[in-house]
Design a protein around this ligand. Structure first.
Ligand SMILES: Cc1cc2nc3c(=O)[nH]c(=O)nc-3n(C[C@H](O)[C@H](O)[C@H](O)COP(=O)(O)OP(=O)(O)OC[C@H]3O[C@@H](n4cnc5c(N)ncnc54)[C@H](O)[C@@H]3O)c2cc1C
Ligand SMILES: NC(=O)c1ccc[n+]([C@@H]2O[C@H](COP(=O)([O-])OP(=O)(O)OC[C@H]3O[C@@H](n4cnc5c(N)ncnc54)[C@H](O)[C@@H]3O)[C@@H](O)[C@H]2O)c1
Ligand code: SF4
Ligand code: FES
Length: 809
């Protein structure tokens, strides 16, 4: 039977949740194609706040990785926005020229941040906070500049400001009203919030209107309408959002503030639907995920011909994701003529609670300092519960009545919601815990979606696990490697060693994997642990590798690849440069870029050209795509620099040649500087070497990326030979002890520098063993992967022939 063609425009939270709901209902019904403007798979936009605040990495917040699309037969085009919809022919056109037919078309194009049209708003350093790029810009800016200004004291502005404080920037918030978050809070709660945030170091400029952004090319400050001026190196605008409806209006769909939809998320055009922030239902365009996910369920029912009552609007409720601040706001929280309120205000404890009542029903609430009543109040609001017979103390129990120490989940009814973002009730979670044998919060999230968005409900989920299984069962819980197994990384790696397992399928069978094929989390990890255990015998399973490692090149946002040849120690010569230039000319490589790792990146290469480019270059792979040794950056050192005390280039080249092509749990970057001026940035590398008079200092666990971390001084070593031995022992211990995908920076923090020192510097036996194991691993390394491909026609056919370009990326 031919499948109906379903095209989704917008690879964001609402659109992909709708696809997940469709797959749950009728997985084989549609041939699904997704177009996304951003060059990432679907990620948790909400968690950008936690990336900025340093609690997660970009990798942690991916909701559906590339393999998910592939495994569900979904064709994904990232970095390729739809630019035209031909309603008559039922076709869409993408920016990169892809034309795709549809039977059903979903708009889920979200919103754009609203940028105040101020003079100077186009200067460098003026940004929004909406996507991964914005987040990365803020993190990068904080490395070079000190003063940040956030315009807008709403949810987004305050979460951005907290993140900027964490990045050590002096942070000023400019707000147009005289109290913060006026759309969610009343004056007393807002005052308490402001005081708490001031204590955290935020500074506020209230009732201020920005007139212009000053500066030459880059922002230098803000001028306000009252004539005052504030210096700033970075300006983040967080003054609301504008639904992204340009394409919809060009298509002729009815739009007002957003794309107008009916109760079944149908737009004014046949077979075209809209969900998410770009949709407007009954005059409301929502800007929080809970309503958007409700819309997704309705649209999935409708498209899969399931019975549905339709979408009838949602109650809005929010929490601020700033640590140290407990705040909840829902519904109609301001006093009106026809409302009355129950209030508790404890200035000593910093607690404020207000419940607004209208026609004997709770219609809104603001809680500050203690939000434990929020699930119950929300439930009352949703059910429209009549409270005329209820005692005030039952609606808002006093602290004494509330202070049994018992978690609020205990007294919740089964139909009360625990996860507001995803609409998951207590009963549903308890049933999943009991029926599916769940024992961790991660299990619950995987099975029910509870906790998968803002994460605010995770403490309640954890309490519910304890209440259902008993404290002991839960305290013994560990983080499983992935949803296919209950075993942790350490247990899997240990079992491979103990049982001397030899290949992926065997591991899965012997260790009782839940899914036959494994998933994109466990397969690469198992492949790594197997190679670690039997370096000489194990044959790498390339099907378990991530796409970049499978094809030995990094995929770019437009579907092309980058080629980075190895340049040992960042040193090149005219011959290499000529080869690179000739190859770039021959294959019309659109960009050559010098990388931070001191080599040359050839960007924009077509996949089918990769093998011949590698052949023409005749250089080794730089492994820029791999969980392996990447670069050894060097400064010019004693031969040329008047401060140099050591031969940094020579040492860098020796290190790179010794450890190249070695598999590691995550990428490993190194650097050698010949004096403490540190021109090669040794302080932010996994291993950084610094020359001092008559010796080398070795730093470990540095990271210059999102999780910025200065390396720790590990030891001081006199000879080059001893340095290489100590590096061998350190790298091998990292390879054996760290979990797959754990950077050295996280590993060093988890196990502790003292412990690593005691193993490598104090335990002679263990050090010797580690160095021997490293030598075994180095001897067993495969040859250069580019050379292997250029000599292997079958591989070229399998991986690089043009038809492969159609493969989902
Ligand atoms: C920092 C931050 C924190 C947040 N915190 C919370 C929170 O705690 N709780 C909460 O409920 N909500 C929160 N939100 C809001 C929430 O993230 C959004 O409501 C939600 O992401 C909207 O989902 P969406 O799919 O409608 O839009 P989006 O997630 O924006 O997805 C739309 C996608 O469509 C793409 N697109 C647009 N035009 C095209 C085109 N022509 N072709 C192809 N692709 C296109 C866009 O690039 C985008 O990737 C937060 C938002 C931010 C920015
Ligand atoms: N925790 C959460 O739930 C959360 C977190 C972040 C973002 N979001 C969502 O993301 C979207 C964007 O958030 P937002 O905070 O930008 O929108 P918002 O509309 O909620 O708040 C914008 C704030 O900017 C202020 N403002 C407007 N013009 C201004 C000006 N010229 N100068 C100074 N202040 C000005 C407004 O008074 C308002 O308080 C919203 O839909 C929000 O719900 C939610
Ligand atoms: S690190 Fe020292 S030796 Fe190396 S280039 Fe810089 S100043 Fe010169
Ligand atoms: S309440 Fe946001 S993820 Fe559960």
């Amino acid at each position: 039977m031919t499948k109906e063609k379903l095209v989704l425009i917008g690879n964001g939270m609402a659109g992909i949740r709708t696809i997940e709901e469709i797959l749950k209902r009728d997985p084989d019904r549609f041939e699904i194609t997704v177009f996304g403007k951003e060059s990432h798979p679907n990620y948790n936009r909400i968690a950008l706040s936690s990336v900025l605040q340093g609690d997660s990495s970009v990798e942690d917040i991916i909701l559906n990785d590339y393999d998910w699309y592939e495994n569900n037969g979904i064709k994904l085009y990232t970095g390729d926005p739809v630019v035209k919809v031909d309603k008559r022919r039922k076709k869409i056109h993408s920016k990169n020229g892809i034309v795709c037919e549809y039977d059903h078309l979903i708009f889920a194009t979200g919103s754009n941040p609203f940028m105040l049209p101020l003079p100077g708003a186009d200067k460098e350093g003026v940004i929004a906070f909406r996507d991964i790029k914005d987040c990365e810009t803020m993190i990068e800016t904080s490395k070079h500049y000190k003063k940040a200004a956030v315009i807008g004291g709403g949810l987004l502005g305050l979460e951005a400001a907290r993140g900027l404080l964490n990045l050590n920037m002096e942070t000023e918030v400019i707000h147009i009203f005289d109290y913060l978050m006026e759309r969610q809070l009343d004056a007393p709660a807002s005052d308490m919030l402001r005081r708490d945030l001031e204590e955290q170091g935020m500074r506020f400029h209230m009732s201020k209107q920005t007139e212009m952004i000053k500066g030459k090319d880059r922002v230098e400050g803000l001028k306000f309408k009252d004539g005052s001026f504030l210096e700033a190196d970075l300006v983040v605008m967080a003054v609301g959002i504008k639904p992204n409806i340009e394409l919809a209006s060009d298509t002729g769909l009815k739009t007002e503030r957003a794309i107008v939809v009916n109760d079944y998320m149908e737009t004014s055009a046949k077979d075209i639907y809209a969900v998410g922030e770009c949709a407007e239902h009954n005059g409301i365009a929502y800007g929080l995920v809970a309503p958007l996910y409700e819309q997704g369920k309705v649209l999935a029912d409708h498209l899969c011909s399931k019975e549905t009552e339709g979408y009838h609007g949602s109650l809005m409720y929010t929490k601020l994701k700033v640590s140290g601040v407990d705040l909840f706001s829902a519904g109609q929280f301001q006093d009106e003529e026809d409302t009355r309120a129950i209030r508790v205000h404890d200035e000593f404890e910093g607690i404020y609670k207000k419940v607004v009542v209208k026609d004997n029903k709770v219609v809104g609430s603001v809680l500050y300092g203690d939000t434990s009543d929020s699930p119950r109040l929300l439930d009352m609001m949703k059910k429209g519960q009549d409270i005329s017979d209820m005692n005030k103390a039952v609606i808002l129990p006093s602290e004494d009545e509330n202070s049994s120490g018992e978690s609020p989940v205990i007294s919740m009814e089964d139909d009360e919601q625990i996860c507001d973002c995803n609409g998951v009730c207590k009963g549903e979670i308890v049933e999943a815990i009991n029926n599916d044998g769940l024992s961790t919060v991660a299990d619950v999230t995987k099975h029910t979606n509870a906790g998968r968005s803002c994460g605010g409900c995770k403490p309640l989920v954890s309490d519910l696990l304890s209440a259902t299984l008993g404290d002991e069962a839960v305290s013994n819980q560990k983080e499983p490697m992935c949803g296919c197994t209950d075993l942790s990384h350490d247990e899997v790696s240990e079992a491979i060693k103990e049982k001397q397992l030899s290949f992926t399928r065997e591991v899965m069978n012997v260790l009782g994997w839940e899914s036959e094929e494994g998933c994109s989390k466990c397969r690469p990890a198992i492949n790594y642990y197997l190679g670690l255990n039997k370096p000489e015998e194990y044959e790498d399973d390339h099907t378990s590798r991530f796409i970049n490692e499978r094809v030995h090149a990094n995929i770019q946002n437009d579907g092309t690849y980058s080629v980075v040849p190895r340049m040992y120690g960042g040193v090149t010569d005219p011959d290499q440069l000529r080869k690179i230039a000739d190859t770039a000319d021959k294959y019309e490589v659109p960009m050559l870029k010098v990388t931070g790792g001191q080599r040359i990146d050839m960007l924009g290469v077509n996949k089918e050209d990769l093998p011949s480019i590698w052949k023409d270059l005749g250089m080794n792979s730089g492994y820029a795509y791999a969980k392996s040794i990447r670069t050894v950056k060097t400064c010019v050192g004693e031969d040329f620099c008047r401060f140099g005390t050591q031969d940094s280039i020579g040492m860098g080249i020796q290190i790179e040649k010794k450890f190249e092509r070695l598999n590691t749990p995550h990428k490993v970057k190194m650097a050698v500087s010949a004096c403490p001026r540190n021109c090669a940035e040794s302080g932010i590398k996994d291993i950084g070497i610094v020359g001092v008079e008559g010796a080398w200092e070795m730093y470990v666990g540095g990271n210059g990326g999102v999780d910025l971390r200065g390396g720790d001084l590990f030891c001081k070593i006199e000879t080059g030979e001893e340095l290489l031995d100590t590096m061998s022992a350190f790298l091998q211990y990292y390879r054996e002890d760290a979990r797959y995908l754990e950077r050295t920076s996280h590993w060093v923090e988890r196990v502790g520098l003292d412990h690593i020192r005691s193993v490598i510097l104090e335990d002679e036996e263990k050090r010797k063993q580690l160095i021997e194991n490293m030598e075994r691993a180095l001897r067993a390394r495969p040859k250069d992967p580019w050379a292997e491909v250029t000599e292997n026609e079958a591989k070229q056919k399998e991986l690089y022939e043009k038809k492969q370009l159609e493969v989902i990326q």
